[in-house]
Design a protein around this ligand. Structure first.
Ligand code: PXL
Length: 274
């Protein structure tokens, strides 16, 4: 038997199922890798107290990682919502103490429904402790802008310059996602030498909750399967674009992308690579 590659996510639980750990595990399953999880916090707003982020202890985070590594091991790992300096430092230590070959850092800061997913004082640890360990980081425009001291990014040229400048933080590859610009959804990949753009047509939908989680989870899954970073980004962009195309909502709130779309509709969305 050819066992599936092993993929771990260290991220927050999004109880609505569109984002976070839930999006990661659904994506892993669709791409046929073996998914494991380390929950850093539970995100869900209490109807009376309004409390939205319910953190796990460092002990619980270490216990989950150790259990998954002992039971299974990992070929690739992604990080999502880590929230605090202490959790970022713990994730960095766990990654450094492992020999997992591919590390995807999605520098999650704010959710689509405006949940605050990174504490104000945690950006330094993210930049100094975690990003240097990354094979690839996957900021969207607000995240890239924040990592570059509130720089404004409003066109593809500025997206490219942001990727070049973020490379200085020490990741091997930087993918800056331009989904929030108008026009086609252009993402820029930089490896210290070459800029590559990945372009999908804009899809007219509001149902994109968890798209960033899904994209970075798909990159992680394809890296675990032995794809190069360029191939993994291309395949993942296609996967998430198809998932966005078939996004839906059960009510009048912003809904999820459809993780099963590529399998169900038998189509991988064409992506222009330049
Ligand atoms: O989409 C970003 C995100 C990541 N992780 C968790 C979330 C969200 C958005 O709400 O809840 C746990």
């Amino acid at each position: 038997m050819n066992y599936p590659s092993r993929v771990m996510t260290i991220a927050g639980s999004a109880s609505g199922g569109s984002a976070g750990i839930q999006a990661d595990l659904k994506t892993f399953q669709e791409i046929d890798v073996y998914g494991m999880s380390v929950v850093t916090a539970i995100v869900g707003r209490h109807p009376k107290t309004d409390k939205n982020v319910h953190p796990m202890t460092i002990e619980a985070i270490e216990a989950q990682f150790d259990t998954a590594m002992k039971q299974v091991g990992a070929d690739a790992l992604k990080t999502g919502m880590l929230f605090s300096t202490a959790v970022i430092e713990t994730a960095a230590e766990l990654i450094q103490g492992s020999s997992i070959p591919h590390i995807v850092v999605d520098p999650v800061m704010v959710g689509k429904l405006d949940s605050k997913l990174l504490a104000d004082d945690a950006i330094t640890a993210l930049k100094e402790k975690l990003i240097p360990l990354a094979t690839i980081i996957t900021p969207n425009i607000p995240e890239a802008s924040f990592l570059l001291d509130d720089r404004s990014i409003s066109n593809v040229e500025e997206l490219k310059q942001a990727a070049i400048d973020l490379y200085e933080l020490g990741a091997k590859y930087v993918l800056v996602k331009g989904g929030r610009l108008s026009g086609p959804a252009v993402d820029v990949l930089y490896d210290g030498k070459t800029l590559t753009t990945f372009e999908a047509p804009r899809i007219d939908t509001v149902n994109t909750s968890g798209a960033g989680c899904t994209y970075s989870a798909a990159i992680c899954a394809y890296l675990a399967k032995g794809k190069t970073v360029e191939e993994a980004v291309h395949l993942a962009k296609s996967f998430v674009t198809t998932a966005i195309e078939h996004g839906f909502s059960y009510n009048d709130m912003v809904g999820p992308t459809y993780h099963a779309a590529e399998r169900k509709f038998g189509e991988a969305h064409p992506i222009k690579v330049n």
